[in-house]
Design a protein around this ligand. Structure first.
Ligand SMILES: Nc1ncnc2c1ncn2[C@@H]1O[C@H](COP(=O)(O)OP(=O)(O)OP(=O)(O)O)[C@@H](O)[C@H]1O
Length: 228
């Protein structure tokens, strides 16, 4: 479903951010992307969202070659993705409900479908009781749950999360991981960049480790090597 083939990313002459990345991810996998600061985690995620283009190599996602995708098609490609950030990116002047509703309106959802679906996803992330609150009235953990509701409301195939627990305490981080785990069990692929080793140990998943723009460890690959 996601395939990186000999992917290189060079931001400038001296700065090679990704080196010969070869990687396959199947639908329904849950991946932790780890590595030191500057290892290339965000660059991989930005290539997946097509915020950045590869410098060479090929990247295909859900049957689309992102190295060749036309500019006007990027918008519809991104409808397959739910993106979650460390800093939540919730609109301050809108309520919880409106923050999620806006994502459905943006894709032209029918008015009659909006309310039930927004309330359904708010219930799923356990924030439905605060649907009428403004972001300033919510905690960081609650804000991130709203961001997840917004990310899943249009039923994406892939969730992309960049350090989405980076601003949260342990309890809230575990809460967010439990929600992502439940979403993953419904078949949604989750790719999450994190520095949090404790969280990785609590949720045993495929871990891809980057160093200086190269994959230096892939637990799944190693498991296969042991089995074969
Ligand atoms: N827009 C950019 N222009 C130039 N260089 C960049 C740009 N974005 C990232 N880089 C460089 O690419 C390399 C990888 O950066 P990236 O942000 O992918 O790392 P990361 O693993 O996500 O780090 P962190 O954990 O600190 O977020 C770094 O050397 C970084 O300085």
């Amino acid at each position: 479903m996601i395939k990186f083939t000999n992917v290189e990313k060079i931001y400038s002459d001296r700065n090679k951010s990704l080196h010969d990345i070869n990687l396959g991810i199947s639908q329904g996998e849950f991946i932790f992307l780890v590595g030191h600061s500057g290892a290339g985690k965000s660059t991989i995620l930005k290539i997946l969202t097509r915020e950045e283009k590869v410098s060479s190599g090929r990247i295909s996602v859900l049957g689309q070659d992102l190295s060749k995708i036309k500019h006007r098609k990027i918008h519809s490609y991104r409808r397959n993705l739910g993106i979650i950030f460390q800093d939540f990116r919730i609109l301050r002047e809108k309520t919880v409900y409106e923050n999620v509703e806006i994502a459905m309106r943006a894709v032209g959802a029918k008015s009659k479908d909006i309310k039930p679906r927004v309330m359904e996803v708010l219930s799923k992330v356990k924030i439905a009781d605060k649907y009428n609150k403004y972001p300033d009235e919510l905690s960081g953990g609650e804000l991130q749950r709203v961001a997840i509701a917004r990310a899943i409301v249009n039923r994406p195939s892939i969730i992309i999360a960049d350090e989405c627990t980076g601003n949260l305490d342990r309890e809230n981080s575990i809460g967010i991981l439990n929600i992502l785990n439940d979403i993953n069990k419904e078949g949604v692929t989750v790719i999450m960049a994190t520095h949090d080793n404790e969280l990785i140990n609590l949720f045993p998943k495929r871990v891809i480790q980057l160093e200086n723009g190269k994959i230096i460890k892939d637990t799944k690959r190693e498991m296969y090597e042991v089995i074969v």
